[in-house]
Design a protein. Structure first.
Length: 174
């Protein structure tokens, strides 16, 4: 049931289906990130492999910010990134975010998805758009983008890249 007393809306159902698929693929990529490579980065301007992996994992948690609030204001935040010590810590962090995102999506109505959401830093507004568009672009597409970067990090370290949307050079089947 959603907060409006209706069953899961069509939009939530669509996002839940997508989240299931993307979470499965993302977990396969995160499982390949070894703790001894957390500090590795391909360029001085790049994130470390550990920070990028955490970023990919934490973005599923943005479902809560998107669906449960109308504004994200960086001026009022005190954010400290999670720093896993082991690969198991990273995967638990990811799994917890997935479980929470699924629960939140399941209770979000279509009406809620049509309300506006704003990202700002104090008086500076970065964007305002309907929550459905925020979920599509700022959450899901953003995860897919950084997961792609992470797969390149794996390749550059001779770590087999899992199948994502089709066979990889390391895994010929889906």
């Amino acid at each position: 049931m959603s907060s409006t007393g209706t069953s899961t809306g069509r939009l939530a159902g669509a996002f839940l289906s997508e989240l299931e698929n993307e979470a499965k693929v993302t977990r396969a990529v995160l499982e390949r990130v070894p703790a001894d490579k957390f500090d590795w980065k391909p360029h001085e301007k790049s994130m470390t492999m550990g920070r990028l992996a955490v970023h990919v994992a934490e973005m599923f948690g943005w479902t809560k910010e998107t669906c449960k609030s109308d504004v994200l204001d960086f001026a009022g935040m005190d954010f400290t990134p999670f720093e896993p010590k082991t690969s198991e810590d990273l995967l638990k962090f990811f799994d917890d975010h997935i479980a929470n995102a699924k629960a939140i999506l399941a209770e979000t109505s279509d009406e809620t998805f049509m309300t506006d959401w704003t990202m700002r830093n104090g008086e500076q507004v970065y964007f305002t758009m309907p929550k459905v568009a925020v979920m599509r672009t700022f959450v899901m597409n953003h995860i897919i983008h950084h997961r792609g970067q992470l797969s390149v990090y794996l390749r550059l370290n001779d770590i087999p890249v899992p199948s994502i949307y089709g066979p990889s050079a390391d895994e010929g089947t889906m």
